[in-house]
Design a protein around this ligand. Structure first.
Ligand code: NAD
Length: 296
């Protein structure tokens, strides 16, 4: 079993760190919030009094932070950059969802100093983090992937090697842009059906068995009451917040800009989620987008 430093113990990082403890690893955990650290200590982990202390003398270092500026600050440009303190044989796994450019830049800055850094963003939400069933999309070398896999398997079910440094973030942005397009299209179509007198459950079933079938119809129907146990049947509470989808679509737009890729569908989805967020729905599950159509 390994010694793992863990930085960023929020909604996702907290349960992920607890799953590492359950997997038998020694976890040295740090967050800016003392309460978040206390929850890991309660679960059998060790509390660290600083990021430097969590990163010192560990086999793996996992970070789960809000955005690229936090990751860059922690490892490269902050007051006490962790690249100054980690052992050369420590593998750093950053699971934060950040822009691919920052992931590549931080990995390159580490490589210049002989430090191993890979990107490993996740899909599966808080439920997946608690259950240990996340999907990891990793970017790094074959060697890094092979070393990280057993540790990631304590926190996830599907562990993918997307390609070289930054590829995990590219895969995550592509997947979430696809999800946003599918959900927007599903909301639009169901809304049109409802306004034309269709029962949404009947229409959903017809499309599920026809060529309009997709993930939103299968497991995440946006219309309340059509499906049990999904956010739409719980006042759009829980699930994946509009704010997070909006953030991820911003990262997808950055990618399209940098590569001169045409993304008219992704851009339209981003505009829809932006409007929905501006109307005060940022804290609701993203399937609540259907209200934008139904209110119009
Ligand atoms: P969160 O805001 O709940 O947690 C972030 C944590 O990082 C907080 O506890 C904060 O105190 C800590 N933090 C920030 N800066 C720090 C620093 N310098 N040192 C130590 N701790 C620091 O966010 P979350 O929902 O856990 O999301 C984390 C990442 O996972 C984000 O990049 C998000 O986009 C991604 N993600 C979230 C979900 C989701 O459903 N919540 C799903 C997939 C991916």
């Amino acid at each position: 079993m390994a010694t793992v430093g863990f930085i960023g113990l929020g909604n996702m990082g907290g349960p992920m760190a607890i799953n590492l403890v359950k997997g038998g690893h020694t976890v040295k955990a740090f967050d800016l919030s003392a309460d978040a650290i206390a929850r890991i200590v309660e679960a059998g982990g060790q509390g660290a009094d600083s990021a430097v202390s969590a990163a010192t003398d560990v086999d793996f270092l996992v970070s789960m932070l809000p955005a690229g500026k936090h990751v860059d600050g922690l490892y490269v440009s902050g007051d006490a950059p962790l690249f100054d303190v980690v052992r050369k044989d420590t593998l750093i796994i950053d699971s934060s969802t950040i822009d691919a450019e920052t992931a590549k830049r931080v990995a390159a800055a580490g490589a210049e100093r002989g430090i191993s850094f890979m990107d490993a963003p996740v899909s599966g939400g808080v439920g997946g983090a608690v259950a240990g069933t996340l999907a990891f999309m990793t970017g790094g070398t074959d060697e890094q992937f092979a070393k990280a896999k057993p540790v990631l398997e304590c926190m996830g079910k599907n562990i993918f090697h997307a390609g070289a440094a930054g590829s995990g973030q590219i895969a995550k942005a592509c997947n979430n842009m696809m999800l946003a397009i599918l959900m927007s299209g599903t909301c639009e179509v169901l809304s049109m059906g409802i306004k034309n007198g269709m029962d949404p459950a009947v229409l959903s079933e017809i499309m599920k068995q026809s060529s309009g079938n997709n993930w939103a119809l299968q497991v995440y129907n946006p219309v309340p009451g059509v499906m049990e146990g999904v956010p739409s049947s719980n006042n759009y509470q829980g699930g994946f917040q509009v704010d997070l989808m909006y953030k991820d679509l911003g990262l997808a737009m950055d990618l399209s800009q940098q590569s001169a890729s045409s993304v008219p569908m992704g851009s339209a989805a981003r505009s829809l989620f932006s409007l929905h967020k501006a109307k005060g729905n940022g804290g609701l599950d993203f399937s609540s987008l259907i209200n934008l159509y139904q209110d119009s």
